[in-house]
Design a protein around this ligand. Sequence first.
Ligand SMILES: NC(=O)c1ccc[n+]([C@@H]2O[C@H](COP(=O)([O-])OP(=O)(O)OC[C@H]3O[C@@H](n4cnc5c(N)ncnc54)[C@H](OP(=O)(O)O)[C@@H]3O)[C@@H](O)[C@H]2O)c1
Length: 299
Amino acid sequence: MGSPIKNVAVVGGSGNLGRAVVSELVDAGFTVTVLTREGSTATFPAGVVSKAVDYSSVESLTPALEGQDALVSTIATVAVAGQQPLVDAAVAAGVRRIIPSEFGINTRFLGKEPIGTILQGKVKTLNYIHEKSKQNPSFTWTGISTGLFFDWGLEHGSIGLDKATKTATIYDSGNEPYQASNLPHIGKAIAALLKRPEVTTNRYITIASFNPTQNQVLEIAEKITGEKWTINQLSTSEQQQIGVEKLSKGDYSAFSNLLRKRVYGDGAGLAVQGPDNALDLLGLEEDDLEGSLRAWLTK
Ligand SMILES: NC(=O)c1ccc[n+]([C@@H]2O[C@H](COP(=O)([O-])OP(=O)(O)OC[C@H]3O[C@@H](n4cnc5c(N)ncnc54)[C@H](OP(=O)(O)O)[C@@H]3O)[C@@H](O)[C@H]2O)c1
């Protein structure tokens, strides 16, 4: 890969994940430039340069990416399908590593699951990157599957805990371990990867801060709060049916329902343990599950 990566551009650096990524990259000593849409009023840490761009225009994006060694896209889900000009501009500007906006379930293994329909924007972007990388071997990529955003999911309900009412929604038996990552931990993984890009060249990796079961998470929440929580028991088959029904009407809010089946369903088998968890490859430890819950519950 040649000289070390120093200059890193982040797309969507004002977002949920992007903020954590920018902060970790700055802490790791990278020079960070954030690309934003015209009119964005977001502010960034000292030393971070922001450049307004038009994501539909290679002419707008290429100069913004000149001099950048790497590009991390944390662009919003609604915009993932429109990243082709960004990829073309990265190639034109001589960017050496691109990390596309994946950061969820492993989109390389969707099979014929209905959830795959919703993720086609990510799949097509990565396929396009793959093609461009074959044509330009100095343009390399790493895809990262993170599983559920854990800290973000505690705040936004996707982990199933409601701390105001002390209610836990448990899908199926609650005993299936699932892949989950905290946002700063994902930022640390990206920083570690960019320090040693050669270990993940043109690879799709999976990382997990931890792989808890829903019941373990509930048990820790009960221990920390010192109270029994109310359980709201639901079935992932039912969630799948609701998701398929919504999808047939073109309603992409189906994603949450289908995701529950995919990650929480008994036998889902998506926990990433041992050598499958690339944290080891990146020289990182797992995160602290109880500490993560305590931080949220005592906030
Ligand atoms: N695993 C999980 O549990 C999980 C959860 C949520 C998201 N994700 C994934 O993580 C990635 C980042 O998601 P996120 O939630 O961090 O993103 P986000 O906060 O929704 O958006 C990130 C940034 O994208 C920029 N952007 C560019 N075009 C946009 C458009 N058309 N509409 C809205 N924003 C636009 C915005 O920055 P400017 O305004 O500065 O341009 C925005 O701040 C996505 O791939 C998403 O699918 C995973």
